[in-house]
Design a binder for this molecule. Structure first.
Ligand SMILES: [Zn+2]
Length: 266
């Protein structure tokens, strides 16, 4: 495969989106049993090793956004990573040029036409108010509840009780993501990649419609994004900040975002 002639890729700016993630139902994002588990539950949640508070890893939110986008656009699951996980990866530049998934989330480096990933999703930690609320609520374990579930043996029909650790509904996390805008060639002031951010908003919408973490089919992990604020950072050291869109929820952010794109086209 030949490299296209215009290989100068220049960073033009960054979009920073901050938001809160509200757990509408109990949230279970699995940690590794035994390592950080408190109280020996069967399925512990992931916790910050320093504060011991549960959190939402950026990789969980990002991975869910990506897999939902792959389903939404019916992209082929053609790339094995790790043992059992398959993801979609465009294998040539032509496919890539028309693929919103790969353009937004990037593709692994071993492919010849590999592209920088534009999207970084930060870990989301409990707000101070939520920490206080959960402290006072005297939950089963620190900041979490333990839900008992019966696993039914398919052959003998015997029910085996299993424990599921969850962050209770109502808990609020503070989330953030960064989306980098590049240009090809040396043109200054090229913000043509701004339109790609619509994919990020769509990815978040799809997560809201589905769930985050485990046991979603049984009701866990329903989340809602609130208090969204989008900033554009440009200039040397990204010191020029401009708040461009805000929204009380994702729907409002989407509306503001589309109005902004409309104004830019004029
Ligand atoms: Zn692709």
């Amino acid at each position: 495969m030949t490299t296209p002639p215009e290989t100068i890729i220049q960073l033009q700016g960054r979009l920073l989106l901050t938001f809160t993630i509200v757990a509408k139902t109990g949230l279970h994002i699995g940690g590794s049993p035994g390592v950080l588990s408190i109280g020996n539950v069967d399925n512990p949640v992931i916790r910050d090793p320093l504060t011991r508070q549960p959190y939402i890893p950026g990789s969980s939110l990002r991975g869910k956004m990506r897999s939902q986008m792959e389903k939404q656009y019916g992209r082929p699951q053609n790339n094995s990573i790790g043992n059992q996980v398959k993801i979609h990866t465009c294998k040539n530049a032509d496919d890539y040029a028309s693929c919103n998934v790969c353009k937004t989330f990037g593709i692994p480096g071993e492919h010849a036409h590999s592209e920088t990933s534009r999207l970084i999703v930060r870990d989301a930690f409990l707000t101070e108010a939520s920490v206080e609320m959960l402290d006072k609520a005297r939950t089963d374990l620190p900041y979490t509840e333990v839900k008992w579930e019966a696993a039914i043996d398919r052959v003998t029909s015997a029910a085996t009780p299993r424990q599921q650790e969850r962050v209770p509904a109502g808990a609020i996390f503070e989330g953030a993501l960064v989306f980098s805008l590049y240009s090809r060639g040396s043109r200054e002031d090229d913000l043509s990649e701004l339109v790609l951010f619509s994919n990020v908003i769509e990815g978040l919408e799809l997560v809201e419609q589905d769930y985050l973490g485990g046991q979603g089919a049984r009701g866990s992990g329903q989340v809602e994004l609130k208090d969204l604020e989008l900033q554009l950072k440009r200039g040397k050291d990204y010191d020029q900040e401009r708040r461009i869109v805000t929204g009380v929820n994702l729907e409002a952010l989407r509306e503001g975002w589309e109005q902004l794109l409309g104004r830019m086209k004029k």
